[in-house]
Design a protein around this ligand. Structure first.
Ligand code: CTP
Length: 405
């Protein structure tokens, strides 16, 4: 149920910090990717190594981590849900005040995903009006509070303050993830990067695509709650969290990967720069140079979008067009020829945008002929604008909330 979802688990300095270990296990058993963030006080109760070994991911505790100077923003962007369990009275106070004096509180301020808190403290603290005021303030901004249980406490008192049971916290996490994101229930397939067609054992024909646009689209779709499959040609980009990655090399492998999934694909985003030709013959060994000119015979690769169109599935199909002139005219022709629902066209002749760059400037054209130019934007921001447009088109086409399989 939690497969492909990325949970950030915040652990704070309560005697109940050891219970976060069990929680981590249960979350990972259900398929979630969990990144643990600890406060300084939490590390006095449980060592980061325990969480690292169980999550198989680095544990973060430092706002100024040398591995990533904007760690709070990177983690916030990658998270589908931020769960703080246990959350101490001090944590509630800091979060309610909007404090950002450590990684965990900075992350809480940066997170745009759902935030859930499972408080744990002594009953006298839990019942204090200031704690209750902080809880009300947090509830008021949409933070989910998983109330503590009543029972024997570390102080010897009996009353409310024990961290909620594992099952209760897990159910709250699942319920929150299930209902969060406008694209919950959609299966989005994104292709990205170049393809690589072999000339011989060491040489290939490829292109300058970096894969950045496709990876940005995959991440943006994941954040919206979609199940995302990223079919990627060879790139230097880090493996994205929370998406199912299928690595391919040739146009034929990409074709197979797309067609194998097309029946279950709600939205197909063909951002890959698929090679249009491949060498007719690929030598199994390394070709030796002869000193004279050689010719390599090229044959067309399968047109993946063409094959998808021929299947006439319900899939919403988005193509990408990299042009050097007559951008809109050529893109419209491609939209019709490939029977696309939307085409995203960009001018690759202009410096600083498109292939390999961090920014892009595109024009979107849909089946009604509506042309929507966008300004130059970072690819991740652009990805959101493209998905917003797809969402709007689908809303118009289907009165019920899109997208669904
Ligand atoms: N595409 C595809 N299969 C191919 C080649 C491209 O599905 N063998 C997809 C790309 O992923 C992109 C769209 O088709 O979404 C446009 O690709 P492009 O190569 O620009 O289109 P072509 O029809 O090949 O036109 P041309 O090369 O003449 O511009």
């Amino acid at each position: 149920m939690l497969t492909g979802r990325h949970v950030v688990l915040g652990v704070t300095g309560s005697i109940a910090a050891y219970k976060a270990v069990g929680l981590l296990r249960r979350l990972t058993e259900r398929g979630a990717q969990v990144t643990v963030v600890m406060t300084a006080a939490a590390k006095r109760f449980v060592t980061p190594l325990t969480f690292q070994a169980l999550s198989r991911r680095p544990v973060y505790d430092d706002l100024f981590d040398p591995r990533d100077e904007i760690l709070h923003l990177s983690l916030a962007q990658a998270a589908d849900l931020f769960l703080i369990a246990p959350a101490t009275a001090n944590t509630l106070a800091r979060l309610a005040a909007g404090s950002a004096n450590d990684l965990l509180s900075s992350l809480a301020l940066s997170a745009r995903c759902p935030v859930l808190l499972a408080p744990a403290m002594d009953a006298v603290m839990w019942e204090h009006p200031l704690v209750q005021r902080n809880l009300d303030a947090l509830r008021g901004i949409g933070v989910g509070i998983i109330p503590p249980e009543s029972g024997p406490l570390a102080s010897g008192l009996v009353g409310p303050g024990r961290l909620a049971a594992e099952d209760v916290i897990l159910a709250a996490v699942e319920a929150r993830l299930e209902s969060s994101g406008p694209w919950v229930g959609a299966h989005v397939v994104v292709t990205a990067g170049p393809t690589r067609e072999a000339i011989d054992a060491v040489r290939t024909i490829t292109n300058r695509s970096s894969g950045k646009m496709g990876y940005a689209l995959a991440d943006a779709a994941r954040v919206r709650g979609a199940m995302v499959t990223l079919i990627t040609g060879p790139t230097d980009l880090p493996v994205p969290v929370g998406v199912d990655v299928v690595a391919v090399e040739t146009a034929e492998e990409m074709r197979r990967a797309v067609l194998d999934r097309i029946d279950k694909t709600t939205i197909l985003l063909m951002a890959a720069a698929v090679a249009d030709y491949r060498p007719k013959v690929s030598s199994p060994g390394k070709l030796k140079k002869s000193g004279s000119a050689i010719a390599i015979e090229l044959v067309p690769t399968p047109d993946i979008l063409g094959e998808v169109a021929a299947l006439r599935t319900e899939t919403f199909v988005v193509g990408f067009a990299a042009e050097t002139d007559r951008l809109v005219e050529r893109a419209i022709e491609k939209l019709h020829r490939k029977q696309l629902d939307l085409i995203v066209a960009n001018d690759v002749s202009r410096p600083g945008i498109g292939f390999g760059a961090d920014d892009n400037e595109v024009t979107m054209i849909d089946r009604t002929g509506a042309v929507m130019p966008l300004p130059r934007l970072p690819k991740r921001v652009l990805a959101d604008r493209i998905l917003d447009h797809i969402h709007a088109i689908r809303l118009q086409e289907r009165p019920s909330p899109p997208p669904s399989t």
